[in-house]
Design a binder for this molecule. Structure first.
Ligand SMILES: Nc1ncnc2c1ncn2[C@@H]1O[C@H](COP(=O)(O)OP(=O)(O)O)[C@@H](O)[C@H]1O
Ligand SMILES: [Mg+2]
Length: 246
C-alpha cells in the first residue's frame, strides 16, 4: 500500500475540561473519500480544523504527505495552501468579484501571474457551473452558486486534500444537489477528500469510507453500504434512527 496522505495518530485535544478529540486514529489514503458523520457537538468540525491547523492539538501527531504539520510561519502558510477547506458559510470576500475571489490565493500565495491565475480560475468556475458569473459580486449569486465558487476557490490553490465541513447545511434544499454534484465530480477525479455531511446520498455515491464520531471519539468506521445498512454500535444505530426519520 502507498503511504497515506493524511495520518492522525493518537490525537487528543481538550477545550478546558471537554475532551473534544479522544485518541483519534485515522489514516486517509491518496484519492480516498472519507465521510465523517455524527451528532452535533461530537467533534467533527474540530477534527477538520485540526487537519488544517486552525486548531492545535494537545497530544499525538498529524501528518500530511509524510510531514508533521508545521507549527508556524511560512510552512504553516504552505500547509494552508495544501489543505483546501470549504465551510458551511461560504466566506467569500464580499467586495471582490467572483473571479477575484478565486485568483487572490494563487496570485498572493502561489505567486502565479494574474493571467495564469485568471485562466485557471475561469476553467474552474466553468467546471463548477458558474463561469458566466465571473464578474459579479458574491451577493448577486445564490447560496448554491456561492458555495460552488468557494469550492473553485479552494481548488485554485491545487490542494493535496480538500476538507468540507457541512458544505450544504446552510443551503436551501433545491441548491443542495448542485453542490453535491460538484463534490461527486471532484471525488471521481481522484481528489482526496474529508467530508463532514449527513447527506447519505453523497456518502453512498462517493465515499470510500464512513467514519462515525460520537463524544469526541471515532466509534465506528465502515464502507457506506455496511455503515448505513448494518451499523454496529448503539450510538450509530440511535443516530441513524434519528436522521432517517427526517
Ligand atoms: N473554541 C471552542 N472552545 C470551547 N469549546 C468548543 C470550541 N469549539 C468547539 N467547542 C466544543 O467542542 C465540542 C465539539 O464541537 P465541534 O467540533 O464543533 O462538533 P461538531 O462539528 O461535531 O458539531 C462541542 O461541545 C463544542 O461546544
Ligand atoms: Mg461542526
Amino acid at each position: 500500500m502507498t503511504e497515506p496522505l493524511v495520518v492522525l495518530d493518537h490525537v487528543d485535544k481538550w477545550f478546558g475540561s471537554l475532551h473534544v478529540l479522544q485518541d483519534i486514529q485515522l489514516s486517509i489514503g491518496r484519492g480516498e473519500v472519507v465521510v465523517v458523520i455524527g451528532p452535533s457537538g461530537s467533534g467533527k468540525s474540530t477534527l477538520c480544523r485540526a487537519i488544517n491547523r486552525l486548531e492545535t492539538i494537545d497530544k499525538g501527531t498529524i501528518s500530511l504527505d509524510g510531514q508533521p504539520l508545521p507549527q508556524e510561519g511560512k510552512q504553516l502558510a504552505a500547509l494552508r495552501a495544501d489543505v483546501g477547506m470549504v465551510f458551511q458559510s461560504f466566506n467569500l470576500f464580499a467586495h471582490k468579484t467572483i473571479l477575484e475571489n478565486v485568483t487572490l490565493g494563487p496570485i498572493k500565495v502561489r505567486k502565479q501571474s494574474k493571467a495564469d491565475a485568471e485562466k485557471r480560475a475561469r476553467e474552474l468556475l466553468d467546471r463548477v457551473g458558474v463561469g458566466h458569473q465571473a464578474d459579479k459580486y458574491p451577493a448577486q449569486l445564490s447560496g448554491g452558486q456561492q458555495q460552488r465558487v468557494a469550492i473553485a476557490r479552494a481548488l485554485a490553490m491545487e490542494p493535496k486534500v480538500m476538507l468540507f465541513d457541512e458544505p450544504t447545511s446552510a443551503l436551501d434544499p433545491e441548491m443542495i444537489s448542485e453542490v453535491l454534484e460538484v463534490m461527486v465530480d471532484l471525488a471521481r477525479r481522484g481528489m482526496t477528500m474529508v467530508v463532514v455531511t449527513h447527506e447519505m446520498g453523497f456518502a453512498r455515491t462517493a465515499a470510500d469510507r464512513v467514519v462515525f464520531m460520537s463524544d469526541g471519539a471515532i466509534v465506528e468506521e465502515n464502507t457506506p453500504e455496511e455503515f448505513f445498512t448494518n451499523p454496529q454500535s448503539d450510538r450509530a444505530k440511535d443516530f441513524l434512527g434519528k436522521i432517517l426519520k427526517h
